[in-house]
Design a protein around this ligand. Structure first.
Ligand SMILES: Nc1ncnc2c1ncn2[C@@H]1O[C@H](COP(=O)(O)OP(=O)(O)OP(=O)(O)O)[C@@H](O)[C@H]1O
Length: 281
């Protein structure tokens, strides 16, 4: 079986800065692979290249065996890739429930007929008439959204109708993850899901990610909190200055001299924040 994700020789430059140089990775079904590294190492840029937000200058990306190098995010979503963003992106004026339902949009069948040219008009008509098939699909999506929201315990449940702009930062992050899950992804990219969260919230999020992993979802994770990385990951890739400097089992990577040097070097130079929990050494 083809790996879920295969990245080869990926490069991206921004002016004089090489953000990603010759990145390579393989991700197998059901695996959780973490990417760690100091600030500016190129982790988010790598995510952007894989998820179609940026086009690589060189290299290739294959998803479920298909070449998707430079493909648009919509196409990747159709193939089952969902992602979240480092600073969380939600629709501020939509409710918690509607934000999650938006994520299910790509899965709609009855409501969005795939008819050429007339499709959008038919969609409007169906929205107005709401025949049985449309109502049934809406009900199923709502039930699924509620199931996803319940993954976060009581954090979001009492706030289903609250507009996202009124939520705490941590809750906005949860909503964004919920929206990504509503796509029923086969590959989930999580960019620092615990950024801005306190210890309790981080532990909860670790539980959610562990649950997703147990359910068989393949996950690519960027995370600065190394204790979480050590507990959740099957493998870890360490980046520094756009390059992969180490790859392996979490414990081996943790004690790799090049990794310790990268973290300590950056910290001594005052260039990186210290990981919020745990250290490499
Ligand atoms: N759109 C852009 N334009 C110019 N430079 C960029 C752009 N995006 C990223 N960079 C640069 O590319 C390098 C890698 O940045 P990137 O955000 O990928 O790192 P990172 O490992 O995700 O860092 P962090 O942990 O702080 O999120 C940095 O030097 C950054 O300044």
């Amino acid at each position: 079986m083809a790996p879920v994700l295969e990245v080869r020789g990926l490069q991206k430059r921004f002016g004089g800065v090489t953000a990603v140089a010759d990145a390579a990775l393989d991700l197998r079904e059901g695996e959780l692979l973490s990417i760690i590294g100091p600030n500016g190492a190129g982790k988010t840029t790598l995510f952007n290249l894989v998820s179609g937000l940026d086009r690589p200058d060189a290299g290739s990306v294959r998803l479920f065996g298909q070449d998707v190098t430079g493909a648009a995010p919509e196409r990747l979503a159709g193939l089952g890739l969902a992602r979240t963003f480092q600073h969380g992106r939600v629709f501020g004026n939509l409710s918690v429930l509607d934000n999650v339902l938006v994520g299910a949009h790509a899965r709609l069948r009855a409501v969005r007929p795939s008819v050429p040219v007339l499709g959008p008009l038919l969609e409007l008509a169906l929205a107005a008439i709401r025949p049985g098939a449309v109502r049934a699909e809406e009900a199923a999506l709502r039930e699924d959204a509620m199931r996803i929201i319940s993954l976060f315990g009581e954090r979001l449940m009492p706030r289903l109708d609250h507009p996202a702009f009124s939520l705490s930062y941590a809750n906005r992050r949860r909503v964004e993850i919920g929206r990504a899950l509503a796509l029923h992804p086969r590959l989930l990219l999580l960019d620092e899901p615990t950024a801005g969260m306190n210890e309790t919230e981080t532990a909860e999020m670790q539980g959610v990610v562990a649950e997703l992993k147990r359910s068989g979802l393949t996950i690519l994770l960027i995370e600065h909190k190394l204790e979480m990385v050590m507990r959740l990951s099957d493998r870890v890739i360490v980046m520094d200055n756009g390059r992969r400097i180490a790859e392996g089992l979490p414990q081996a990577v943790r004690h790799d001299p090049a990794v310790i040097e990268a973290y300590l070097g950056h910290r001594e130079a005052g260039m990186a924040r210290a990981p919020a929990q745990g250290t490499v050494a």
